[in-house]
Design a protein around this ligand. Structure first.
Ligand code: NAD
Ligand code: MLT
Length: 531
């Protein structure tokens, strides 16, 4: 008898998605919406697949009780309602539907910008209240105004294209797109500071990550033009809500259009909801019939294909390789991804080109997948999009990043080596690693400095002058902060020259401790990396 699969739909999906599931006799599905995590944890045990939108919270507690779960399908883009760490550890594939609602969400952002510029919601309410207040609602023209787009992914690009059609000047910031790729869609790529300073309207289209949380905050508002207008149809928290309320009250910001909030629904006494200059919608970015049908069909088909054929599409946490391939390639893929992640956290400019050099026995492995794993590591800090070895090259290409591979003849102490070189507008950075016996990985070099570090956990990386006392001073400062050092690697160009020190630390070093380290006269840079 054919295997049967139980699928739980814990959020409301368009009926067209259910029709897809009904085509497969092996699939039985239940619809149980509005569950709190504890209630979901209670019933998740027998299900092989979970289909969600944004309301279901897949917490660690849920994952721990999901004994049969193979796949989570998210009808939509953001997977911030899924705790990916335990899910990935359990080998559960998490898939999203990355493009089905992009146009709809882009159109919502444009609508919000227009509504904000012309006070449509308040004017509508006023007319319906029997008033005719024409001068009260004088607005702003958007033609020839500068729109700053933070995040030029699927939605940011759609918004840019529409805004250009409305004759706006569009400038954009995204750390993993090149100026050439941005220019191809008519967008001038600028630094975040320049975008903040030059824009009349600012719209954010990034995922919510540690880097983007509060990216539009008090410091940014201070640099903005007076009268700027802010649009957030991405995720609550990318624009700092308290700082936005202050900036509106001070008159710096003329208005804000918000589709998303840190807490949804926002509490009734939320300070932003009390301000006339704020217009708001209840997370409606993706709420059109067309988008809901499309994401429901996409995700239902992806989940069915995975359950029945094992095909992985748009997975955000697992690569599309068979177990046999993984056995041979696994360590090299893991090393390449770690080098990519190391690079992403170490460079501050957009990559223009990446080169992967394969040394020793590494020359015999499947180059494409390893290079793509490096690309995945490099870009995964920036994208919500499902990244895997299949689509990473396409996404890099879209962003104008050139990719190449070489066999290296450089002599090395290691049998299998990988060197990832990232070229940016101002220079090149190198990250080297090796696969030792039994798949053990090492980082063996950073920007020409030799190190030998296990690529797991937190690293404090210091650039310093090679003078006595640095290690002791760092040990004291970390000790005072209660941070334990698990290992230490020192590399230097020559005695008394410049050095790179890599401290393996047991926990994250807080920003205040990093700042304190930077005050040491011999330390020129200090950063915390997590691998
Ligand atoms: P995407 O992955 O295609 O693009 C995100 C872009 O953000 C990438 O190009 C990435 O490089 C960029 N980025 C990452 N970190 C950045 C940083 N620090 N500064 C500047 N740019 C940065 O995603 P998308 O499909 O365009 O979606 C964007 C966001 O919109 C997602 O967070 C998603 O959850 C949200 N969204 C909201 C709704 C809604 O209903 N309001 C609907 C769909 C998507
Ligand atoms: C998304 O990330 O796709 C959106 O937040 C839309 C949604 O799920 O409602």
């Amino acid at each position: 008898m054919a295997e049967t699969f139980r699928v739980l739909l814990s959020d409301t999906l368009a009926p067209q998605g259910l029709e897809v599931l009904k085509r497969y006799p092996q699939i039985q599905f239940d619809i149980k919406t509005g569950l709190k995590p504890a209630e979901l944890a209670e019933i998740i045990g027998p299900y092989h697949a979970l289909l969600i939108r944004s309301s279901t919270k897949v917490t660690r507690e849920v994952v721990e009780r999901a004994a049969s779960l193979k796949v989570i399908g998210r009808a939509g883009v953001g997977i911030d309602n899924v705790d990916l760490e335990p899910t990935t550890r359990r080998g559960i594939v998490v898939m999203n539907s990355p493009t089905g609602n992009s146009v709809t969400t882009g159109e919502h952002a444009i609508s919000m910008m227009m509504a904000l510029a012309r006070h449509i919601p308040a004017a509508n309410a006023s007319v319906k209240a029997g008033k005719w207040e024409r001068s009260k609602f004088t607005g702003a023209e958007i033609c020839n105004k500068t729109l700053g787009v933070v995040g030029l992914g699927n939605i940011g690009r759609i918004v840019s294209e529409r805004a250009l059609g409305l004759k706006m000047k569009v400038i954009g910031y995204d750390p993993i797109i090149t100026a050439e790729a941005a220019a191809r869609i008519g967008v001038e790529l600028v630094s975040l500071d320049s975008l903040i300073e030059r824009s009349d309207f600012i719209t954010v289209h990034t995922p919510l990550t540690d880097d983007t949380r509060g990216i539009v905050g008090a410091a940014a508002f201070a640099k903005m033009k007076k009268g700027v207008r802010i649009i957030n149809c991405a995720r609550g928290g990318i624009v700092d809500e308290a700082a936005l309320a202050d900036a509106i009250k001070s008159g710096k910001v003329a208005g804000a259009a918000l589709d998303v909030f840190v807490e949804e629904p926002p509490p009734a006494d939320h300070p932003l909801l009390k301000l006339d200059a704020v217009i708001a919608t209840p997370h409606l970015g993706a709420a059109t019939d067309e988008a809901q049908v499309q994401v429901a069909i996409d995700i239902a088909q992806q989940v069915a294909d995975f359950l029945i054929e094992g095909t992985i599409r748009n997975a955000v946490n697992i690569q599309a390789l068979s177990p046999k391939e993984m056995e041979i390639l696994g360590p090299h893929l893991r090393l390449a991804e770690k080098l990519g992640r190391l690079a992403a956290q170490s460079i501050s400019e957009s990559p223009i080109e990446i080169i992967l050099d394969f040394g020793g026995e590494a020359t015999n492995v499947k180059h494409d997948s390893v290079t793509n794993a490096a690309l995945m590591g490099l870009m995964s800090g920036f994208l919500d999009e499902a990244l895997n070895v299949v689509n990473a090259p396409m996404l890099a290409r879209e962003r104008g990043i050139r990719v190449s591979e070489r066999r290296t003849r450089e002599a090395s102490d290691y049998v299998n080596t990988l060197k990832l070189t990232i070229r940016t507008a101002s220079g090149a950075h190198e990250f080297m690693g090796a696969v030792l016996g039994h798949g053990v990985l090492r980082i063996t070099g950073i920007d020409g400095y030799r190190v030998e570090a296990i690529p797991e956990g937190y690293f404090l990386v210091l650039h310093n002058r090679d003078v006595p006392g640095v290690v002791g001073a760092v040990g004291t400062i970390l000790g005072q902060a209660g941070i334990n050092i698990g290992g230490l690697e020192l590399g230097r160009d020559r005695v008394g020259g410049t050095a790179l020190s890599v401290f393996e630390v047991d926990e994250a070093v807080p920003p205040a401790v990093l700042d304190k380290l930077k005050t040491h006269p011999a330390i020129t840079a200090a950063s915390l990396l997590k691998l």
